[in-house]
Design a protein around this ligand. Structure first.
Ligand code: 4AD
Ligand code: MG
Length: 431
């Protein structure tokens, strides 16, 4: 009898007879010996098939196996220093589970549209698998960071009537007799929960009907949004730099192999540690103008602006206190300069741009109401949000970190579409 096992566990069964199930990556035959490389999701193993040691049907199958056929291989585990993972299988039997004729993705260069059309298959390739493992590590690090600090995770609604980030870029949904939207942010609900639980965060998919085709925008992306009672903007930025440093450290500690597969130069990531540099928005505008950028005080920063600003530093850069008009309605007026709000964007180095948007929230009822009206937001939908300022208002701050942009930076991938298993973009809802 053989023991069913995963490739990752082969070392525990040295010398024993095991069965591994997986997908065929490659096959090659040399006379009476064949080599079948099988991937099972936990690892890759070379299976050595010697004609006279296997049933005739198994030998015949060996010659006919195609890329991505699923198989069950039984064999004895043998240590081999040259093998990936350190072990190979001396095959005793080989059974076909599912054939795979004319697998569309071949070991050659394919165009990205073709690969995206075949995203459900593309995920099986080595770089995509490495990316998903880094993403998984980052998501786990996010939860661990907040759990260790005794934050409470709050799941916020995806269907909402309260617009979070302004009218542009909303997906409308028929909600019986009312109009609803797919949420752009869980923040407003996290604020309510912060008054109940102090330190909270939400983590989930968020939606923006982005009409822009850039390498940094998805229409569905995942965001983690902590919200902390009594934190001011400075506390908020300290939390961000600790958080981002922790995530990067975890990826470096636990995804070495994946980052190597992705050919990521990790030296810039090793430098990521608090404190991060901070500049005021007004200063950023002066720097950009001096470099010939056509930008005036009042405008939001564009991707090229962010790249230039961040390139002066070897770790992520905070740009603080933007003009009110450039930012969302809920940000707190800056007492030092009421034309601006107490906020920050965190810009990743190496051209990756904004990965976090954060702010202290407007906690004054009248000022918040004025902002809701000035932005022409449907006041009735914000009654509950204004209540948070009516019943025991409190200084509080929070931020949102985009998972895909963060993983793009950590893995060094140029386009955000590869960082999510099934990207949603302006022209892509399939597969
Ligand atoms: O700056 P944003 O719009 O901030 C918020 O949504 C706040 N409610 C967060 C908060 O304070 N709780 O978005 C936050 C982050 C951005 O920095 C970026 O990383 C990511 O979300 N993001 C996107 N990622 C992919 N595609 C898009 N279209 C994105 N829009 C924002
Ligand atoms: Mg932003």
């Amino acid at each position: 009898m053989s023991i069913a096992t995963e490739v990752r566990q082969l070392g525990r069964h040295d010398g024993a007879s095991v069965t591994v199930r997986g997908w065929v990556q490659t096959t090659r035959t040399h006379g009476k010996v064949a080599f079948v490389v099988v991937r099972d999701g936990t690892g890759i193993v070379q299976c050595v098939v010697v004609q006279k040691q296997v049933p005739p049907a198994a030998w015949e199958l060996c010659g006919a196996l195609t890329q991505e056929s699923s198989v069950a291989v039984t064999g004895s585990v043998r240590a081999d220093a040259r093998a990936p993972g350190g072990y190979e299988l001396a095959v005793q039997d080989l059974v076909l589970i599912g054939p795979s004729a004319e697998y569309p993705i071949q070991p050659k260069e394919h165009g990205v549209d073709f690969l995206l059309d075949n995203r459900h298959l593309w995920l099986r390739s080595s770089q995509q698998r490495a990316i998903m493992r880094v993403r998984n590590e980052v998501e786990q690090a996010i939860h661990d960071f907040f759990y260790q600090r005794e934050f409470v995770r709050i799941d916020t609604p995806i269907l909402t009537a309260a617009i979070g980030e302004g009218g542009a870029g909303l997906f409308e949904v028929d909600y019986f007799d009312e109009r609803a939207y797919l949420t752009q942010t869980g923040q407003l609900y996290a604020e309510a929960a912060a008054a109940a639980l102090g330190k909270v965060y939400c983590f989930g998919p968020t939606f923006r009907a982005e009409k822009s085709k850039t390498r940094r925008h998805l229409t569905e992306f995942w965001m983690v949004e902590p919200e902390v009672a009594w934190n001011d903007s400075a506390d908020n930025m300290r939390l961000q730099e600790d958080f981002v440093s922790y995530i990067v450290e975890r990826a470096l500690a636990r995804c070495r192999d994946e980052l190597a597969i992705l050919e990521r130069d990790t030296a810039p990531l090793e430098r990521v540690a608090p404190p991060f540099p901070r500049i005021e928005y007004a200063e950023a505008i002066r720097v950009l103008q001096a470099r010939g950028h056509e930008i005036e005080w009042g405008a939001d920063l564009g991707a090229p602006d962010e790249t230039v600003l961040a390139s002066d530093y070897d770790r992520p850069l905070f740009v603080m206190n933007y003009p009110r008009e450039a930012k969302a309605f809920y940000m707190k007026e800056n007492p030092a300069d009421p034309r601006t709000v107490l906020c920050d964007d965190l810009l990743a180095p190496e051209g990756y741009g904004e990965i976090i948007g954060g702010s202290q929230r407007e906690d004054d009822y009248d000022r918040l109401l004025r902002r809701i009206r000035a932005e022409n937001l449907p006041e009735a939908a914000y009654g509950w949000y204004l209540d948070l300022r009516r019943y025991g208002t409190f200084p509080h701050s929070g931020f949102g970190l985009g998972v895909e942009r963060t993983v793009a930076w950590i893995t060094g991938r140029p386009h955000i579409r590869e960082l999510i298993p099934f990207p949603r973009m302006l022209t892509r809802i399939y597969p």
